[in-house]
Design a binder for this molecule. Structure first.
Ligand SMILES: O=P(O)(O)OC[C@H]1O[C@H](OP(=O)(O)OP(=O)(O)O)[C@H](O)[C@@H]1O
Ligand SMILES: Nc1ncnc2[nH]cnc12
Length: 170
């Protein structure tokens, strides 16, 4: 299946000069969605993943079905002020802005096998913050999975220590 067909490029969103990769056509197609979730799961099926961790909001859209497919739990990383219990916080910059992310302090037990997931890897700012939060909780990061990688932004460089997989590169 050619999943690139389901990614819509939107120029100058949310800022001038950004080529935004819109995944909503893919999410709206049942066959394409199932294909990408199964394909990402295939990369990590034999790794005994216990928890999938994904950042708000698009990381939930890929991460929760991927956790289900792997028989793992899902841990949300949310933007500041959204999680109700005790949290750890990290600040970050991304291709078009900056923000703060939080995770519940009791969401990962020491040594649990974690797969970190997001829809898209750009500069890596967002996902590096997620990595740092998981490491502070002493999770064992088995790998990172993305639907899309923007290769020219070299986000992989900040993730050099990890097993990084992506299905599509632009
Ligand atoms: O590699 P980076 O440069 O950090 O950029 C990638 C991040 O940017 C987008 O999220 P965004 O912050 O736009 O939030 P959303 O998922 O709520 O739309 C995307 O879903 C990734 O999380
Ligand atoms: N170009 C882009 N398209 C979609 N999401 C993004 N997140 C960061 N950069 C992005």
């Amino acid at each position: 299946m050619d999943i690139k067909e389901f990614i819509r490029n939107v120029p100058d969103f949310p800022r001038k000069g950004i080529q935004f990769k819109d995944i909503t056509p893919l999410l709206a197609n049942g066959q394409a969605l199932r294909f990408v979730i199964k394909s990402l799961a295939d990369e990590f099926r034999d790794k005994d993943i216990e928890l999938v961790v994904g950042p708000e909001a698009r990381g939930f859209l890929i991460g929760a079905p991927l956790a289900y497919e792997l028989g793992a739990g899902f841990v949300p990383v949310r933007k500041e002020g959204k999680l109700p219990y005790h949290t750890l916080k990290g600040e970050y910059t991304l291709e078009y802005g900056e923000d703060k992310l939080e995770i519940h302090t009791d969401s990962i037990k020491k040594g649990q096998k974690v797969l970190i997931v997001d829809d898209l890897l750009a500069t890596g700012g967002t996902i590096k913050t997620v990595v740092d939060l998981v490491e502070k909780l002493e999770g064992n990061i088995v790998g990172l999975a993305f639907l899309i990688e923007l290769g020219f932004l070299e986000g992989r460089k900040v993730l050099a220590r990890y097993d990084v997989r992506s299905l599509l590169e632009f």
